[in-house]
Design a protein around this ligand. Structure first.
Ligand code: TYM
Length: 330
């Protein structure tokens, strides 16, 4: 079976609809057909200011949400990045193979560093750690949203460079990005990506939100002043985003939705979007809460995942260590 790897940061109290549609839903699907590895990337979470207790809490909440969306420990491996020490080890080696120029071209660094007071070197080298995450597992496919495209290109470049210099070692990974959901936008600012770091919580639909707030945020979503419900990225970004969301959640093609809502107002349409979101999120929120009620059980699931992940990562690292010229560990 082809191998899949992906990761998500525990930098907020909840995942959001962008994470869910852009990536997580594909994770659940791919566990049926791929040898799948999914992780909570707590090492990456250190690239912004953090509080240790909060990080520990959010890492567990993140893991609980992954199981709650339907990742099944019998079908895939769910683990926490810092439980597998090989990630930092390979990241260092790849750091030494990355040019300053190519690291400087990463656009997420420019965006993120502009928003922070303290900018650590880790924020700059972040994509190299991500490359290590992917290459360690010899992933064929990496299901992500559009914002990760550039990081995947760097990953492929580094894999090729390493293979060329030290012999065939890494498999070249492909991004797996679904066009229709690759960039879910902010409800208050429908041309900007829905993001944990966005300025207003009103624009973000959190997986763990209660029905009340979800409904309110969707009913107040920014739209144009027209009345037509049709997909038009240029002139109707807000309505287009809502159409994409409803289409993805109800598995109904957008043209069919456009026809269904012909002659109806934005109100009816938004109400249906809200109901679809609530219907999807409610069982996930309830399962997350149940999983969090038994921390010992959750940690046990993560221990199983860590063990399986380590086996794969260690095998890759053994080869890497030998190829780059390290002495065997005595
Ligand atoms: P993160 O934690 O920011 O986001 C997790 C996943 O959600 C996707 N995503 C979106 N998709 C569509 N619309 C949106 N508005 C939206 N917002 C987020 C992201 O593209 C991502 O797939 N660097 C990664 C984490 C990472 C990783 C990895 C991913 C670390 N190592 C290895 C893949 C493989 C990140 O910060 O994702």
């Amino acid at each position: 079976r082809p191998r899949v790897l992906s990761g998500i940061q525990p930098t907020a109290d909840s995942f959001h609809l962008g994470n869910y549609l852009g990536a997580l839903r594909q994770w659940v699907e791919m566990q049926e057909t791929h040898d799948s590895y999914y992780m909570v990337v707590d090492l990456h979470a250190l690239t912004v200011e953090w509080d240790p207790e909060l990080l520990r809490r959010r890492t567990r909440v993140a893991a609980a949400q992954l199981f709650a969306i339907g990742l099944d420990p019998e079908k895939c491996t769910v683990f926490v990045q810092s439980h597998v020490r090989e990630h930092t080890e390979l990241a260092w080696i790849l750091t030494c193979l990355t040019g300053m120029g190519e690291a400087s071209r990463m656009t997420q660094y420019k965006d993120k560093s502009a928003k922070q007071e303290f900018v650590g070197v880790g924020l700059f080298t972040y994509p190299i750690l991500q490359a290590a995450d992917i290459l360690l597992y010899q992933a064929d496919q990496v299901p992500v949203g559009a914002d990760q495209k550039q990081h995947l290109e760097l990953t492929r470049d580094l894999a090729q460079r390493f293979n060329h210099r030290f012999g065939e070692t890494f498999r070249l990974p492909q991004p797996y990005i679904l066009k229709e959901v690759e960039k879910i936008t902010d409800l208050q600012e429908p041309t900007a990506k829905m993001s944990k770091s966005s300025s207003s919580p009103q624009g973000i639909l959190d997986l763990l939100d209660e029905p009340g707030p979800l409904r309110k945020k969707i009913m107040r979503a920014v739209t144009d002043t027209g009345t037509e419900i049709r997909a038009d990225e240029e002139n109707k970004p807000g309505i287009t985003n809502l159409l994409r969301i409803l289409s993805a959640l109800t598995k109904t093609p957008i043209p069919e939705l456009e026809k269904r809502y012909e002659g109806q107002g934005y109100g009816t349409f938004k109400k249906d979007v809200a109901e679809a979101v609530i219907e999807t999120f409610t069982p996930i929120r309830e399962r997350t809460q149940r999983l969090l009620a038994d921390e010992a059980e959750l940690d046990k699931l993560l221990a199983i995942g860590a063990e399986r992940a380590r086996a794969v990562a260690q095998e890759t690292m053994e080869q890497v260590r030998e190829r780059v010229g390290f002495l065997p560990i005595p």
